[in-house]
Design a protein around this ligand. Structure first.
Ligand code: F3S
Length: 400
């Protein structure tokens, strides 16, 4: 792989052992995937930030990098962690877990990564522009950045995104290249899909079928950013889709990428089946969990509107990135959610945390991605439905 003078300097250790190690990681990936050169990146999104994920070995690795002069040279943000970094006690997180998690976020901060813990960094300080190269981890964020924003990233792991942040570059392969951004499948959508959970159901069906392909959707009349967020998150979880296009909606489809590849159909029957398969629990929920991926301000507004003046029988957690949460506080949505008995939280993802310790057994959720991880990885009962259905379950204590 061709290296510029600067890159050679980093690899030779002239900028310190920490930078050398990071350049070694990025260069090794480039060699494995046959990259011809590296490309400067605008931002990184670092995943794997819990103690369960990093352990002492991971912590030591980052401490060592810092000691040896490594520092992020571009904007970096963090994935969700296992608690709200401020309101952790309130939601039943023990002091030992909190101490470990705070220590990890602090270490990343010392490395120069901003302690904004969210899977929707694009709603905060980390919003890539069309065509920009970035190095992001977290499948739903990757999918959103590639597909909805038209930025370019592979699905990075925690160490490779961190290394890319330190050297400010990534190897030019995969979704950074035009030839890998063309559709492999065309999905003909023959049913009206309106709710975000409908988009999640569509993503569930398509993700399972196309795996790591690049689907091109036809027949989707309109889609909001939140609905696309739900679609991409589902395809990244039930398959490994990191990029998709929607005719007339997503930026590359508007700029000339056209339908191609194997034809698939999604109609009324597939939509019904997807809801049926995703809604797998028999008990009523003991937690209603909205914000997977983390909510936009519009989603928080919608939820606040639905709970306004009500009293909840089942705990309701609404998760949004901290800057969105602060905006929601100013606009009065937080107060409304809390007056009903719900919580508006930041930083947390129940999937990466230790849900066993919190004791919840059955969750109601509007996210097909959440349904996948909470059922198969966390072994919980999951009800899947629209946002309104989930809020109704919190109000009535029953799933309908
Ligand atoms: Fe985000 Fe966790 Fe869902 S990272 S997309 S809240 S599984």
């Amino acid at each position: 792989m061709y290296l510029t003078k600067d890159e050679e300097r980093m690899l030779s250790g002239e900028e310190g052992e920490g930078v050398r190690k990071c350049m070694e990681i990025v260069a090794a990936l480039g060699e494995i995937y046959g990259a011809e050169k590296m490309v400067p990146i605008r931002s990184a999104q670092v995943s794997g930030v819990t103690y369960k994920n990093l352990g002492e070995a991971g912590i030591e690795f980052i401490e060592e990098l810092i000691k040896n002069g490594a520092k992020a040279r571009i904007l970096g943000t963090l994935n969700p962690c296992e608690m709200d970094l401020e309101d952790w006690e309130d939601i039943g997180i023990d002091a030992e877990t909190a101490g470990k998690q705070k220590r990890i976020v602090d270490i990343f901060s010392r490395l120069g990564i901003k302690p904004v813990c969210t899977c929707t960094p694009y709603f905060t300080i980390n919003l890539p522009k069309f065509g920009e190269h970035i190095a992001w981890g977290e499948s739903s964020a990757v999918s959103f950045a590639n597909s909805v924003l038209g930025a370019r990233t592979n699905r990075e792991g925690g160490p490779s995104a961190l290394a890319a942040a330190v050297v400010g570059r990534t190897a030019l392969y995969g979704y950074h290249l035009d030839e890998n951004r063309k559709p492999t499948h065309t999905v003909n959508v023959n049913v009206a899909i309106r709710e975000s959970s409908d988009f999640g159901a569509l993503g569930y069906h398509v993700g399972k079928t196309v795996q790591n392909g690049v689907p091109y959707f036809k027949g989707v009349k309109a889609a909001s950013q939140d609905q696309l967020k739900s679609l991409g998150a589902a395809m990244g979880a039930w398959g490994a889709v990191a990029l998709y296009h929607v005719e007339g909606v997503t930026p590359e489809a508007k700029r000339g990428i056209t339908a191609a590849g194997e034809q698939l159909a999604f109609g009324e029957a597939e939509l019904k089946t997807a809801y049926k398969e995703l809604d797998s629990a028999s008990d009523d929920p003991d937690l209603v969990y909205l914000g997977c991926p983390h909510c936009s301000i519009d989603e928080v507004r919608e939820i606040a509107g639905l709970v306004n003046g009500k009293k909840l029988k089942v705990p309701l957690w609404v998760i949004a990135a901290r800057p969105i949460n602060q905006q929601a506080e100013k606009l009065g949505y937080k107060k409304t959610v809390e007056a009903a008995g719900g919580k508006l939280l930041s930083d947390i993802c129940l999937v990466v945390g230790n849900i066993d310790k919190l004791g919840y057994k059955t969750l109601a959720i509007n996210s097909a991605k959440g349904a996948f991880y909470l059922a198969s990885y966390a072994g919980r009962g999951v009800h899947f439905g629209t946002t309104r259905q989930c809020v109704d379950a919190a109000v009535n204590g029953k799933w309908k």
